[in-house]
Structure formats: structure tokens, C-alpha cells
Design a protein around this ligand. Structure first.
Ligand SMILES: Nc1ncnc2c1ncn2[C@@H]1O[C@H](COP(=O)(O)OP(=O)(O)OP(=O)(O)O)[C@@H](O)[C@H]1O
Length: 610
């Protein structure tokens, strides 16, 4: 119930949608109930014997109001018509009333469905936006621990599932609830005793349905888990198609796919079986209850213990048989909603995840970078107790370049990730212009920085928009940035120039071109501090030269922390930190480090033959 209410609250303001929906559904069900409540007694009067006493008593009354008793209202006029126009006229009256009532019933049903549809669409759109916006604001570490496919399926299929089942359930249940209330009121007005008997008998089926629902929830959870794995597998496969083909790994991938697909199929089959079981079960129970009422009530009428007339009893049974349909629909809707509820819980869980990196209540805004970044005795561990960085200290003064080098897995990228606060140190502090970074707003801190990573992060959009990346830069500014990044020439050679679409993740461009677009983006942002993960190793000599040139221009007059893979590119760095197994093992300028006998840097340089 809590999950339901939270999901519904996304469609705020609820009153704007629910009030007209409730009103139209209510009117629709009044007309729906009216048909059945009127039909049999009136026809029985016509075709059976004319209950003149009843007619007389109706006619002696002043006309009852439609709101206090719709049946009384119509019976009164029926009696009138009957007296004035005879049986055929009265029959005509009944038929006209029924047609009008069905017409109004359907008109209001349509109006209520329209309200519900707009409510549903609003709820789902808001929910999807809320979950995406929360995900965007989560800390980077969250994304290393969570599979991408799992996140994608929460934002797409799970939200869809909420729409399909919860909103549809709400629609079915709410409409049927009014109908049910209408029928039960009609039943109570005919016989309280019989209705109480029915109310006692009906909940017997409740226990069975509850067990079934619990099992369905388990199946739904398993199904969603399998579907997430499938989406992850698709994402990984399509993202790495070149490798899959190069390693002739299609069979291996297909086996993995089959495994997840079969798991999903089994969960869904079991869920569907149980859902299908719920329906016939409630139908049989419904019929059994009707038979029970027929026997119990019929015995009372036949033995004269009840003051119900035969017409009233038949009318009661006719209405009661109608009760089972909305009751069954409500029970079906409830069992069918389990999948949507499971999905809803997955979506809400993501919405409730708190980012590990967020602004403190009185965080200060950094307007500019004036002096230096000081990393002081910093240690860091990811999710385990084993530290990845131990006691790291260095200063990055304004306008200087510090390079990080060392063996793979030593901790260079981790150090670079601490500067824009992608992670916070486990111990130690990082100061920017003397202020602890944790006391600054995350956005203003990151505003001071430009990041160029090994992997160019590009979107399936135009080159122009990929360079602008949300900024309101003019065409001239974008072109200037592209020129400095050595990208203008190749961009102009593209079929649509700056308006060329570059495909998923920039797939229609070469590696070097992608990097130069990333560099142009950083040049356009023009941040005082630059964090650079050099990725020249994957490029050919010509491309490398262009990229290196672009990087050198980007670094001019900036404060730079660069992760260097080739020592040739950092010979002029102001300080080089050699990182090994999470510690800074050597530090100094290029020439100084080369002088160290048995030094780590010296060994690296021999390996790269600088
Ligand atoms: N998200 C993560 N979760 C857990 N451990 C991680 C994570 N990222 C990196 N590590 C571990 O931290 C250590 C340091 O990794 P890091 O990427 O900082 O090294 P690196 O020096 O940049 O390596 P390379 O030069 O190969 O990129 C490695 O042992 C790595 O396995």
C-alpha cells in the first residue's frame, strides 16, 4: 500500500486528476447499477401479475427524488406511465430508460477513462524523470558497483511495468469498486439478511489468493532481475561488438544470453501460470457463493420465512451474479499488480539512494581558483578495507603541471578522481585555496575543472552539440575551440560539417578525432584546472601528433594534473609523481628522476627508450 501511494504521489497534484475521475466513475456506476436494479422488477410487474397495491402506493406518493432513490424515482414514473398508457406503453418506457441509462453509463465511463489516462501518463512521466534525475546525481562509485543494464532497465522497463500494471490496476480496481459499492447497496436495499450471509462467505477465498500473490511477487522479482541481466548483456555485447567478432566469441555470448533468457522465461511462465490460476479460482468461488445464496435465500422464500417476493428474490440473484464480475476484476487486478509493484519498488529504491558525495548544508561556492590544490596525507579504499592509496601528499600550484606516472593499477586514476570529488578520501584532506573540498559545493568545485579522459565521452548528436555540451556558446566560439583542438579541418570535411551526426558514442569518427572533439569541449569550457588522462598510446603517429599538439595548447596557462602513459610527453612537467602500489615512491622533475640509480622512473624510461 505504501509503495502504491508513493507511486501515485508522482502525479501530484492528485486532486486535479482524481476528483473528476472519482465523480465520473461514480456517475457511470450509478447508471450501470440502475439497469440491473430496474429491469427485473419492472418486467416482472409487466409480464407476471400486476401488483396494483404497489402501483397505488407509488402513485399516492409525491414524486421521489433521483438522488434519494433512483429506483423509487423510476418506479414512480413507471406506475404513472402504466396507468396512462397501459402495458405496452410501460414496456416502451422501460426500454427507453434502459437505453438512456446504458448510454449515460458508457459516456461517463469514457470520461472517467480519459481522466485516468492523463493521470497515468503524468505519473509515469514524472516517475521516469525522477528516477533519471536521481541517477544523474548519484556519486561515481555507485556506477562502478551497479550494472549499467540494471539501471537502464529500472528507468525503462520497470517504469513501463508500473504503467502497465499498477496504473491499469488502479483503473480497473477504482472503476469496479464503485460498481461493487453500487451493487452491494442495491443488494442491501433488497435484503440485509442475505447480503450479510454473502459477506461472510466471500472472504473464504481470500487466504488462497494471498498465498498466490506472495508467490507471484517472488516470480516477478526474479523476472525483473533476469531482465536486467539481459539488458546488461545486450549493452556490453553491442558496445564491444568488434571484440566479440575478433575473438569469435558469438557462441560464448549466445550461451550467456540463453542462460539469462531461459531464466527470464521460467520466471515469467511461473508468474503467468499463477496469475491464470487466480482467475478461474475466483470465478469458481464466485459461482459457489451465488449457488449458496440461491439455496439459502431460495429456501427462505419457498418456506415463507422471508418477506421477499419472488420478483425481489430473482432480482437479488440477478444483481448478485453481477457482483462477482467487479469482485473478480478487483481480485485479478490486485494479483496482476504484483509485477508492477515489484518494479515500482525497484524504481523507488533507486530514487531513495542517497549520493555519497553531496553539498554540506553551509557549503561555500568557489568563484575562482586562485592559488593551489593541496593533497594532504590522503588514503583511499574503494569498497573494501584494503587501501588503494596510502598517505598521498602533493601540491598543485596554480599554473603548474603535475604528472602522475607509474605501473598499471598503481592508483593514478584514483588520485585524479579525488580532485573533482568523484570520491572523497577515506582519510586525509584535499584543500583548494585553503578550503577543504568537502566544504565547497560540488558544482562550483567542478566548474573550475576540465576533464579529458582516455575514453572520449561523446553522444549520438551533432559535432556542434558534442563540443557545446550544454553550454550556450556561439558558432564562432565553437569553431575557435575546434581550431585550437586541431579538429576544425576534419570537421569541415564531414558531410554536414559541424551538424554531422557522429553516431552512438561517436562511433562514426576515428579514435583521434573523438579525442580532439573532447579536447575542443574542454577548451570551450576554459577551466582554470585541467585533469588529463593522456591516451596517446592507442593512436597512430600522425593522429597522436595532432592530439598531442591540441593537448599542449589546452594545457597552456592552466593548472594541470596529467596521468601520463608516455614519459616523452611530460618531460617539461613541473613535478612528476611516480605512483606504485598506492604510494608516491619518487617525485621530482624529469631530469632529476632520471638521475636516480635503480629508480622506478628510470626503469620506466628505459622500457620506453626515452
Ligand atoms: N571502482 C573501483 N572499485 C574497486 N576497485 C577499483 C576501482 N577502480 C580501480 N580500482 C582498483 O584500484 C587500484 C588502482 O586503480 P587505478 O585505476 O587508480 O590505477 P591506475 O594507476 O590508474 O592504472 P592504469 O594505469 O592501468 O589506468 C587497482 O587495484 C584497481 O583494481
Amino acid at each position: 500500500m505504501k509503495t502504491y501511494l508513493r507511486l501515485l504521489s508522482f502525479a501530484k497534484p492528485l486532486g486535479r486528476f482524481l476528483t473528476p475521475f472519482v465523480l465520473t466513475s461514480l456517475v457511470a456506476s450509478v447508471f450501470g447499477v440502475l439497469n440491473f436494479t430496474l429491469l427485473i422488477p419492472l418486467l416482472s410487474i409487466l409480464f407476471d401479475k400486476v401488483d396494483t397495491k404497489e402501483m397505488q402506493s407509488f402513485l399516492s406518493q409525491s414524486a421521489p427524488s433521483l438522488t434519494t432513490s433512483p429506483t423509487g424515482f423510476f418506479r414512480y414514473y413507471f406506475a404513472h406511465v402504466f396507468q396512462q398508457y397501459g402495458k405496452v406503453g410501460a414496456l416502451q418506457f422501460v426500454c427507453i430508460v434502459i437505453v438512456i441509462s446504458v448510454l449515460l453509463n458508457n459516456l461517463f465511463k469514457y470520461l472517467s477513462v480519459r481522466q485516468l489516462e492523463s493521470f497515468k501518463a503524468r505519473m509515469v512521466a514524472k516517475l521516469r524523470e525522477a528516477v533519471f534525475s536521481r541517477t544523474l546525481n548519484l556519486h561515481l562509485g555507485f556506477f562502478s558497483n551497479e550494472r549499467k543494464g540494471n539501471l537502464i532497465s529500472r528507468i525503462t522497463t520497470d517504469v513501463q511495468e508500473v504503467e502497465n500494471s499498477i496504473a491499469n490496476t488502479l483503473s480497473a480496481a477504482s472503476k469496479e469498486v464503485f460498481l461493487l459499492v453500487g451493487y452491494v447497496t442495491a443488494l442491501l436495499s433488497i435484503s440485509v439478511k442475505l447480503t450479510l450471509f454473502a459477506i461472510i462467505v466471500i472472504p473464504i477465498s481470500g487466504g488462497f489468493i494471498a498465498t498466490l500473490v506472495r508467490r507471484m511477487k517472488r516470480d516477478a522479482q526474479e523476472g525483473q532481475r533476469r531482465l536486467s541481466s539481459l539488458v546488461s548483456l545486450l549493452d556490453e555485447t553491442f558496445g564491444g561488438m568488434r571484440v566479440v567478432k575478433g575473438f569469435v566469441a558469438e557462441g560464448f555470448i549466445l550461451d550467456k544470453f540463453r542462460n539469462e533468457n531461459d531464466g527470464y522465461r521460467n520466471a515469467i511462465r511461473s508468474l503467468a501460470n499463477r496469475r491464470e490460476l487466480a482467475s478461474p479460482f475466483s470465478e469458481v468461488m464466485g459461482v459457489a457463493v451465488v449457488a449458496g445464496i440461491l439455496f439459502y435465500g431460495g429456501s427462505l422464500v419457498l418456506s415463507g420465512q422471508s418477506d421477499l417476493t419472488a420478483a425481489e428474490f430473482i432480482s437479488y440473484i440477478a444483481i448478485f451474479s453481477q457482483v462477482t464480475r467487479p469482485a473478480k476484476d478487483i481480485s485479478n487486478a490486485f494479483s496482476g499488480s504484483q509485477r508492477g509493484l515489484t518494479s515500482g519498488e525497484r524504481v523507488l529504491e533507486l530514487i531513495d539512494t542517497q549520493p555519497a558525495i553531496q553539498d554540506k548544508p553551509n557549503a561555500v561556492t568557489l568563484d575562482t581558483f586562485r592559488d593551489r590544490i593541496s593533497v594532504q596525507n590522503v588514503s583511499f579504499a574503494y569498497n573494501t578495507d584494503t587501501p588503494v592509496l596510502r598517505d598521498i601528499s602533493f601540491d598543485l600550484p596554480k599554473g603548474k603541471t603535475i604528472a602522475l606516472v607509474g605501473s598499471s593499477g598503481g592508483g593514478k586514476s584514483t588520485i585524479a578522481d579525488l580532485i573533482p570529488r568523484f570520491y572523497d578520501p577515506t582519510s586525509g584532506t584535499i584543500l583548494i585555496d585553503g578550503v577543504d573540498m568537502r566544504d565547497c559545493t560540488v558544482a562550483s568545485l567542478r566548474e573550475q575543472m576540465g576533464i579529458v579522459t582516455q575514453e572520449s565521452i561523446l553522444f549520438n548528436d551533432t559535432i556542434f552539440n558534442n563540443i557545446a555540451f550544454g553550454s550556450t556558446a556561439t558558432e564562432a566560439e565553437i569553431m575557435d575551440a575546434a581550431r585550437i583542438a586541431n579538429a576544425h579541418t576534419f570537421i569541415m570535411e564531414q558531410p554536414d560539417g559541424y551538424q554531422t551526426m557522429i553516431g552512438d558514442r561517436g562511433g562514426k569518427l576515428s579514435g583521434g578525432q573523438r579525442q580532439r572533439i573532447s579536447i575542443a569541449r574542454a577548451i570551450l569550457k576554459n577551466p582554470p584546472i585541467l585533469i588529463l588522462d593522456e591516451a596517446t598510446s592507442a593512436l597512430d603517429t600522425e593522429s597522436e601528433k595532432l592530439v598531442q599538439e591540441a593537448l599542449t595548447r589546452l594545457m597552456t596557462n592552466r593548472t594541470t594534473l596529467v596521468i601520463a602513459h608516455r614519459l616523452s610527453t611530460i618531460q617539461h612537467a613541473d613535478e612528476i609523481l611516480v605512483v606504485n602500489q598506492g604510494r608516491i615512491v619518487e617525485r621530482g622533475r624529469h631530469d632529476e628522476l632520471l638521475m636516480l640509480d635503480e629508480g622506478f622512473y628510470r626503469k620506466l624510461s628505459t622500457m620506453q627508450s626515452v
